[in-house]
Design a protein around this ligand. Structure first.
Ligand code: Z5A
Ligand code: MG
Length: 219
């Protein structure tokens, strides 16, 4: 008899949150742990600055290029679309894909600049739907203490505060359209190890595989 688990696809897990909340640290630790446990997993960072579109985004974030707010928003989304087929292919092959930021950052940061929320949501419609988004929540005072803001665009207290508000609206939208289990808020305070344990508890056995097809975002 065939093993039913062999037909399971990989899980799509997204880490979201404001600047310095520890996303990249935790994503790297999760991928390392899964590799040590001989599970198939890979990291997908957004923006993916290695592609042609990613290079334009990188120049914008480093203030080496100026762009209309709508245009850069669409480029961030296009950067996800150019990675979407590879994400779906890997999930179907049983690989867990762990994303460092995704469409939710796209909405929160652009809406924080004043673009209409609905406009921000549209270009990502029908992208692969994450099975779980872990929103790492860190008070502004603690984020500021961790290290100084970098030199990139958006790395200011005013922008981060506006983005925090938009992330709350994004969370409500996810829960409304996709249900309460797809978005979980995690307390990002404490040591790296403490946060890692919290995240591990929420991820549970998701990395063992998921039944059913990959869903579509905002559909
Ligand atoms: N953006 C957008 O506008 N639209 C989009 O569609 C997308 C993104 C996808 C670049 O993102 C910008 O693009 C971002 C949003 C916008 N702008 N902002 N702000 P990025 O992902 O490339 O940004 P980043 O440079 O990787 O920074 P980050 O992601 O904000 O940081 P992080 O990954 O959350 O934190 P970290 O690098 O893991 O940790 C930061 C420091 O804290 C580091 O020194 C760690 O060692 C330390 N750390 C981590 N955890 C802890 C704990 N628990 N305790 C103490 N210290 C800790
Ligand atoms: Mg990061």
């Amino acid at each position: 008899m065939s093993d039913p688990s062999s037909s399971r696809r990989g899980a799509f897990i997204v880490f979201e949150g404001l600047d310095r909340c520890g996303k990249s640290t935790q994503v790297a630790r999760l991928v390392d742990r899964l590799e040590r446990e001989s599970q198939k997993a890979r990291l997908q960072k957004f923006p993916d600055r290695t592609t042609a579109i990613g290079k334009m985004i990188d120049a914008y974030l480093q203030s080496k290029a100026e762009m209309d707010d709508h245009a850069i928003h669409l480029l961030f989304s296009a950067n996800r679309w150019e990675c979407a087929a590879a994400i779906k292919r890997d999930l179907d092959r049983g690989i867990t894909v762990i994303a460092d930021r995704y469409a939710f950052s796209g909405i929160a940061f652009s809406a924080a600049k004043g673009l209409p929320f609905d406009f921000c949501l549209q270009p990502d419609r029908a992208l692969p739907l994450p099975d779980l988004t872990l929103y790492m929540s860190l008070p502004q005072e603690e984020a500021t203490q961790r290290s100084q803001f970098g030199e990139e665009r958006y790395e200011t207290v005013t922008m981060q505060q506006a983005t925090r508000k938009q992330f709350r609206l994004v969370a409500e939208e996810v829960k409304k359209i996709h249900g309460g289990k797809k978005w979980m808020e995690v307390d990002a305070r404490g040591t790296i190890e403490e946060v890692e344990e919290r995240l591990k508890g929420l991820i549970g056995d998701l990395t063992d595989g998921v039944n059913g097809r990959v869903g579509e975002l905002w559909v």
